[in-house]
Design a protein around this ligand. Sequence first.
Ligand code: ADP
Length: 519
Amino acid sequence: MKLQLPPRISAAAFQRGLAAFERVVGAEWVLASDLDRDTYRDMYQPANETTHVPAAAVAPQSTEEVQALLRLANEHRIPLWPISRGKNLGYGGSAPRMSGSVILDLSRMRRILDVDVKHGYCLLEPGVGFFDLYQHLQDNRIPLWLSVPANAWGSVIGNALERGIGYTPYGENTAQLCGLEVALPSGELVRTGMGAMTNGRAGQLFRYGFGPSWDQLFVQSNFGVVTRAGMWLMPEPEATLGLGFALPEASDIIWALDILAELRLRRVIDTSVTMGNYLRTATMRGQRAEWYQGPGPIPTEIERQIMEKYGLGRWNFTINLFGYDAVNQANARIIRDAFAPHYRGEIRETHWQRGEPLAQSAANIPTVVFLQVVNWWGGRGGHMGFSPILPTDGKEAYTQFEATRQRYEEFGLDHFGGFTMGERYLTNVNQIIYNRDDADMTRRAHALFNALVDDAARAGYGEYRTHLSYMDKVAHSFDFNDHALLRLNETVKNALDPNGIVAPGKSGIWPRAYRGERA
Ligand code: ADP
């Protein structure tokens, strides 16, 4: 891969910048060989593409080093793209939006600074992964539980900063952030909320602080580099109870989502119930060719065979309840009663009591099994997530599902779709799976993605998160008053980061210095 430098930076100026970085972190932690550059690219990038190519990476070990690097980046006009662990797979991994950016890899900053059992929180550096934190809690018999995304390879903070979700009552990970420490683009260090008091006693307890509340302004943004963050953790419950459902018909989501929505709104259910179609299971257990080798998406008859083999419905989901057993049992009865008028199938009930092996509970134990999804087509696989936010309404969800499925068919790809139930919204996650060695297939995957964003925008649905390649397009779809929100974001960006050195283009927010790079 040809070396791509930041816009308007000569090779000599770039080398001077890297040399300055080396004086901060040591030569060993400035990573600028061809292999290094390749390592930080998007692991799922189609083989024929040359976008989002980093020029190098630099890996500091402390907040002070991050601050020093930011100051030098300003001086040398070198854009930095911060990552925590860089496992944002399906959305760009560790790669930057703008080619020529230098990856600011925070994965060496891996200290668990505090775990407070009484108040249920931890204070972490960005490099702490879900596996690290899980191990720490287990080794020290700390009765706090994690909320873990499907692929748990990444960082706890990185995931929260991208609004990832887990599957416990604390599943909205970004909502558990409480109190950040951030190095601003200038290098200045701030703490948010109550942590802004030098001797603050409630930095990880009260979300808002005094005056404007800043935590969410550093989420999916490029206003600063988060060097530590408080995260709330759930106290280990007395018991968990699971209710497993399988819906036979695609249209069953019309009534099922409406029932779930009401139970969720009333907090009978307080987790993000996730409903996936049969392909979710099929991709975890085997490859497409075992089922079908013909052209176009998998035919209905074969879909039926797959569902039969794995004992699946068209839609499958488990409602997990966490808490006191007596309360779980009471809620389970309410849920059963709510489904009784519509649901004729079996409800698979599972139980766990404190003291029994954790694997039998509904605890989120980190795993990377989900990554198996990319083997579906064979070759070197990849996936991208297309995830619009919908109201919790069964009819609307079904209409959107059908429209999406037809688009997949049109582009010759298998529809892998699902819904995750928030308290008042649905995240409609659709995976686009491709073989990245197949140029025609990856071209169709891109075309499909573009079509889906346009369709959703017309219907009034925006994405909650997106791959680097679509950030401008998605940002553009938030268009009220001639894109007033984007102007506001960029006004703040230019004020905080006049040289535009932190993550230019993140979430479609371009600093003045790189305005020309917008898609
Ligand atoms: P994970 O490893 O958990 O998947 P990443 O490290 O890939 O998470 O981070 C996802 C995205 O979030 C990054 O591409 C970056 O835009 C943003 N990000 C991650 N960590 C930070 C941080 N410490 N400060 C600012 N932005 C960050």
